[in-house]
Design a protein around this ligand. Structure first.
Ligand SMILES: [Ca+2]
Ligand SMILES: [Ca+2]
Length: 252
């Protein structure tokens, strides 16, 4: 199985975490919980809306009524191993992905297609689960194999897995950190916080007000006083935030 899913960061987050922890694992998570303490509407991920499916789809049928198998048994097993999903959920996620652009995504995914066929960012952003989220572009970039925001099926599966109910808190915290670390320097710095605050408040706050929020976030969360939030700083906040898991969630 050549899929990126199996050999990189994404769907097997724990090895990824340990790899990254070798670098001083710094980053960010806390900001928004701290921000949330200053005003209840400063809350990350409130744009995610639950997705409900009335029926699960295991197979597609072609025009002649013949069953079309989307993935091989081996592919499904691999995806199960590397996500927090059951195979039924994996197929639901595929249905969701294909609905974004049925002309681009075939019903049957042959060998390389799950990690070679790319749906553009602009189309993914229109998903109801994402379209109201101020971080939608950043979220797609974080899960995109090349950082562009365009997603293959495996990127998409990866994203939905991390946002699923079954994903553990430390995995969600790690990806929340990465999403807020807008400049990818492994810290949530002052500039990241200012921009995130702007996104979260839809530009309604005066720059001075945003500066004050960022200062209070850093004051509260920057444990070692280096002026930025490491992953450990961030995780410390997430652990204390009772509603973090419910806000970092998309239902499939
Ligand atoms: Ca940063
Ligand atoms: Ca710090």
């Amino acid at each position: 199985m050549n899929g990126r899913v199996l050999d990189t960061r994404s769907l097997c987050p724990l090895p990824t975490l340990s790899r990254h922890t070798l670098i001083p694992i710094v980053a960010y998570s806390q900001c928004f919980v701290a921000v949330a303490a200053t005003g209840s509407f400063y809350r990350p991920f409130t744009g995610f809306l639950p997705i409900f499916f009335t029926a699960s789809v295991i197979f597609f049928f072609d025009g002649m009524g013949n069953k079309v198998v989307t993935f091989t048994e081996q592919q499904l097993e691999d995806y199960q191993d590397c996500t927090f999903f059951t195979r039924k959920e994996i197929l639901r996620v595929f249905k969701r992905f294909r609905e974004v652009n049925p002309a681009l995504v075939p019903k049957r995914m042959t060998e390389n297609q799950p990690h070679t066929i790319v749906v553009p960012l602009e189309e993914i952003e229109k998903l109801p689960e994402l379209k109201e989220n101020p971080f939608k572009r950043r979220i797609c970039q974080v899960f995109s194999h090349d950082g562009s925001g365009n997603l293959t099926f495996e990127d998409f599966l990866d994203m939905m897995s991390v946002f699923s109910e079954a994903a553990p808190r430390d995995v969600k915290a790690w990806y929340a950190f990465r999403i807020y670390d807008l400049d990818d320097d492994m810290y949530i710095g002052r500039d990241d916080l200012l921009e995130a605050t702007r996104l979260l408040t839809k530009g309604e706050l005066h720059p001075q007000e945003r500066e004050e929020i960022v200062a209070s976030v850093l004051d509260e969360a920057d444990v070692d006083g280096d002026g930025r939030l490491s992953f450990m700083d961030f995780e410390h906040v997430v652990v204390r935030a009772p509603d973090f898991l419910s806000t970092f969630h998309i239902r499939v």
